[in-house]
Design a protein around this ligand. Structure first.
Ligand code: HEC
Ligand code: HEC
Ligand code: HEC
Ligand code: HEC
Ligand code: HEC
Length: 216
């Protein structure tokens, strides 16, 4: 499947895309659905709406296969730390250009662990990285295939919450890939639900970008 696309077989793309002549119909259907949704929302009333907004629902399916957590250089529990009331943004800052969320500076861990749990073996390992000024080489958990167009920033700006894609992180003793957010089906089904772009070129730069490494 990959190779066919690599060879630039345009019929592959046509299989998935809707012909332009259907656009008008699709737009009318979407408009109808939107009107229905507005009426439904009004009927359901304000109280249930407010209730729905308090919860952050996971908007992508769980992973079907249980994913073992990778072994990390320092044991780290989101459950322990989020119970302290820390926000995601305290550690994951989405630095420019906004593709990655990033990982916290070792020093920011030491703001607490200079004094907290200093006899814990994990904190002692943390202290070794800190005293030698090393960034902790965290093993990555979620990763999309190289070449897929992805950035956290556009999603955060659109108001998509972390938990919609990563699930209830506050319950994880160890981080593993509990949701299927890196799969194409998950990207597309949320894009459909939220009315975001679903054209192939939204997320794929091929054929040119993939062919060029192969064809000199
Ligand atoms: C005190 C710092 C801290 C806070 C607060 C924190 N994290 Fe993390 N997060 C980390 C560290 C350290 C790692 C890397 C180790 C690991 O994977 O467990 C990580 C890893 C992750 C990963 C996996 C990254 C990968 O490799 O794919 C996700 C997803 C994540 N965090 C989401 C969140 C969310 C969502 C919140 C808020 C609900 C949050 N984190 C709050 C420190 C933090
Ligand atoms: C629309 C879905 C989506 C949302 C919303 C989202 N993430 Fe992610 N996250 C992903 C995907 C997909 C990846 C893998 C990206 C890659 O390969 O670079 C990822 C990777 C990560 C990583 C590891 C790589 C990196 O970017 O540094 C961290 C940490 C992370 N997410 C934390 C968070 C936090 C914290 C939030 C909320 C502020 C959040 N994510 C919101 C989908 C999402
Ligand atoms: C806001 C303060 C604070 C920050 C920041 C913080 N921790 Fe902690 N950490 C704690 C507390 C409190 C405990 C629980 C100590 C206990 O149970 O005795 C803890 C426990 C730990 C433990 C012991 C094992 C466990 O999970 O219970 C490790 C290892 C650890 N933290 C690593 C980290 C790392 C790595 C970072 C930076 C990414 C970090 N901490 C940032 C407060 C913090
Ligand atoms: C939970 C919902 C959700 C998931 C899951 C999701 N997206 Fe999105 N995505 C959105 C929304 C909403 C927008 C629209 C942002 C806007 O219009 O400003 C968007 C926009 C985008 C854009 C266009 C950004 C821009 O600025 O033009 C790209 C590219 C994208 N997503 C890629 C992905 C990829 C790749 C995945 C899967 C790895 C993914 N998205 C998963 C909700 C989601
Ligand atoms: C919203 C984002 C998004 C859209 C739109 C999208 N894809 Fe994907 N696609 C992905 C992601 C993410 C992966 C990587 C999946 C993984 O890692 O398992 C992928 C992987 C693929 C792959 C296999 C790997 C590769 O890059 O060759 C093919 C083939 C593919 N997509 C075809 C399509 C076609 C055809 C369309 C248009 C009908 C399309 N995609 C639209 C996100 C998207």
């Amino acid at each position: 499947m990959v190779l066919k696309v690599l060879h630039g077989d345009s019929t592959d793309m046509n299989l998935y895309s809707t012909p332009a002549k259907f656009d008008g119909i699709i737009n009318r259907v979407l408009l109808g659905a939107l009107c229905a949704a507005i009426i439904l929302t009004l009927t359901l009333g304000v109280s249930s709406l407010a209730k729905a907004q308090q919860l952050v629902d996971q908007e992508v399916p769980d992973n079907i296969a249980v994913q073992p957590a990778p072994e990390q250089p320092v044991p780290y529990s989101h459950k322990t730390h989020l119970a302290l009331g820390l926000t995601c943004e305290a550690c994951h800052t989405n630095p420019e250009p906004g593709v990655l969320m990033g990982f916290p500076e070792t020093d920011s861990c030491m703001a607490c662990h200079d004094t907290i749990a200093t006899d814990h073996p994990g904190v002692q390992r943390l202290n070794e990285f800190s005293s030698t000024d090393q960034a902790i080489p965290w093993e990555r958990v979620y990763q999309v295939l190289p070449g897929v167009t992805w950035a956290h920033k556009s999603h955060i700006d659109a108001g998509v919450q972390c938990e919609s894609c990563h699930g209830d992180v506050s319950q994880l003793e160890v981080m593993s890939m509990t949701t299927s957010v890196t799969s194409m089906a998950s990207c597309i089904s949320c894009h459909e639900n939220r009315g975001a772009e679903t054209a192939c070129a939204t997320c794929h730069a091929w054929p040119a970008a993939l062919i060029s490494p192969l064809v000199p």
